[in-house]
Design a binder for this molecule. Structure first.
Ligand code: ATP
Length: 505
């Protein structure tokens, strides 16, 4: 078994080698926490985006989409609280000069305790074999119970300090837990300070002009809130209804790490669902369940997902949960589902002077709707898919293959068309097929090298199906269809290729 760190390094290297993700500006030595997507990466990203958009906007008649600008009026970020409160607590190690998010250091410490629990479970599993009752063990084993208590205690203390803005307390907690800098190994920490994550720039021709400061949006949600009235009037929507948007967001993250997990420029897929006040917690439960269903519909093992209900709520929320995914570096937030009350629309009503309200014909009165938000990072979802898909296998004949088991319906290339040999009219026949299928799916034609090598190449980029044209094709017009995961082949008539494929996809 490879350890998690080596595994993640392999995923990252594979992503680069096979045209999924490149470090940005690489020929100039790169930019930290900024990445570019290559030829296969952009396809996968488009497919994930489309899969989300369809699930949200097409399948729900009461959800519509928008595409708002990245630049917005600076007062929006006052109203949303981002100017005053979009801060991360940061701390520096004086020896390594490395900067960390104080809360992340503490969370990593908690994750280490959790890893100890996992070790205990593994040991016990070995010891008890078949009879092992994991649930019972987790609840009763004294060591595990003690670890769990420690985790809860630390998390609780950290959250209340962060809520109270007690930065000295956070530093004291880091010292008490004897957390060391992963680089220098020392405990020589600075005080904890607040750091605003918004990028600012100047609008207009005169830099330095007063009031010219604007921000790159740190989330797409505010573009939805400020268009609430426009959408309401133009789309004939009635509460409950939702507005969805996909777009770039920017955060000056202090700690850039874990590849595309935490980026400074990234893409969000957000949906704000407007409901009648008092019904929001029902809708919150509804969207929690719906979003989990969406994830599971891709066919990834349910063990990889879990909910994490927030103990520390943002000042505007009355319920919040994350959908966490088991990345190679542990369970981490992939998506957030938040019940945001009337905070955002209320704040925009106050700052803009416009009535951000809905007239409810049934109640015959106006109110500011409450909001349930679902917010997922497109890049983070990409990483979840990619790291889950990467797999090294030893085949029956002893040879090895690296395969990306990307769910077929979002895989970049759906089909490869391969003539068995480069002669006897097989390439011409394969080209004929290619010219039909390429209008339906992204397909690749490949005639170079032995067929085994070509299969390996398609495995490495995650192509779910390969069609091989051989001599029999010329006599009975059948081809073989090879499945990436099982590597099984079946013979099908060439004219049925798109039909068979559309059933599978
Ligand atoms: P974190 O605690 O990891 O910083 P967050 O709680 O600030 O995340 P939200 O503001 O709720 O995240 O953003 C919603 C989603 O956007 C997250 O679940 C995540 O998928 C994605 N996201 C947030 N920040 C980043 C980032 N820097 N890079 C990539 N994706 C991000």
């Amino acid at each position: 078994m490879m350890n998690a760190e080596d595994f993640f390094k392999k995923v990252t290297a594979h992503a680069k080698e096979y045209g999924y993700v490149f470090p940005s500006s690489e020929i100039y030595d790169g930019m930290s926490a900024v990445y570019d997507y290559g030829p296969y990466g952009v396809e996968l990203k488009n497919n994930i985006r489309e899969y989300w958009w369809h699930a949200m906007v097409r399948h729900n008649e009461n959800i519509v989409g928008i595409d708002s600008a990245i630049f917005m009026h600076p007062t929006i970020w006052k109203a949303s609280g981002h100017v005053d409160a979009f801060n991360d607590p940061l701390i520096d190690n004086k020896d390594s000069k490395k900067r960390y998010r104080a809360d992340v250091l503490i969370e990593d410490h908690i994750a280490k305790i959790e890893a100890k629990i996992d070790k205990e479970v593994q040991k016990a599993e070995k010891r008890f074999g078949e009879q092992f009752d994991k649930k019972m063990f987790l609840e009763t084993n004294p060591r595990v119970v003690e670890y769990r208590k420690q985790m809860e205690d630390i998390s609780h203390r950290m959250n209340s300090m962060l809520t109270d803005g007690d930065l000295a307390g956070v530093k004291a907690l880091i010292e008490e837990l004897e957390i060391v800098c992963p680089v220098s190994g020392s405990r020589n920490w600075t005080d904890v300070r607040q750091f605003n994550l918004m990028f600012s720039t100047k609008m207009g021709s005169v830099a330095g002009e007063d009031g010219g400061t604007i921000y790159l949006r740190p989330e797409t949600a505010q573009g939805i809130f400020v268009n609430f009235l426009n959408v309401l009037k133009s789309s004939r929507m009635k509460v409950p209804f939702g507005i969805a948007q996909v777009g770039k967001a920017f955060r000056n993250e202090i700690v850039a790490r874990q590849f595309i997990f935490r980026m400074r420029e990234f893409e969000q897929m957000e949906m704000q669902f407007f409901v009648k006040p008092g019904t929001e917690l029902e809708w919150y439960q509804y969207w929690k369940a719906e979003r989990m269903k969406w994830h599971l519909s891709l066919g990834i093992s349910p063990d990889k997902y879990r909910f994490h209900d927030h103990e520390k709520l943002a000042h505007y929320a009355n319920a919040a949960a994350d959908i966490e995914f088991e990345f190679p570096f542990g369970f981490k937030e992939l998506e957030g589902i938040h019940s945001r009350t009337d905070f955002d629309l209320g704040a925009h009503q106050q700052y803009s002077g416009r009535k951000m309200q809905y007239f409810d014909p049934e109640l015959n009165e106006s109110y500011i709707p409450y909001v349930i938000e679902t917010s997922i990072g497109l890049d983070r979802m990409f990483l979840a898919i990619l790291s889950n898909a990467y797999c090294e296998e030893i085949l029956e004949d002893g040879s090895e293959r690296t395969v990306l088991k990307i769910p077929a319906r979002i895989a970049p290339v759906k089909l490869a068309v391969l003539p068995l040999v480069k002669k006897d009219g097989l390439p011409e026949k394969a080209r004929e097929i290619m010219d039909v299928v390429k209008y339906r799916y992204l397909c690749q034609y490949d005639e170079k090298d032995a067929i085994g090598r070509r299969y390996r190449r398609q495995d490495a980029i995650g192509t779910p199906y390969c069609i091989t044209v051989d001599h029999q094709t010329l006599t009975d017009n059948t081809v073989t269809l090879r499945d990436r995961d099982s590597m099984l082949q079946e013979r099908i008539p060439a004219e049925r290729i798109t039909e068979v494929l559309s059933l599978k996809l």
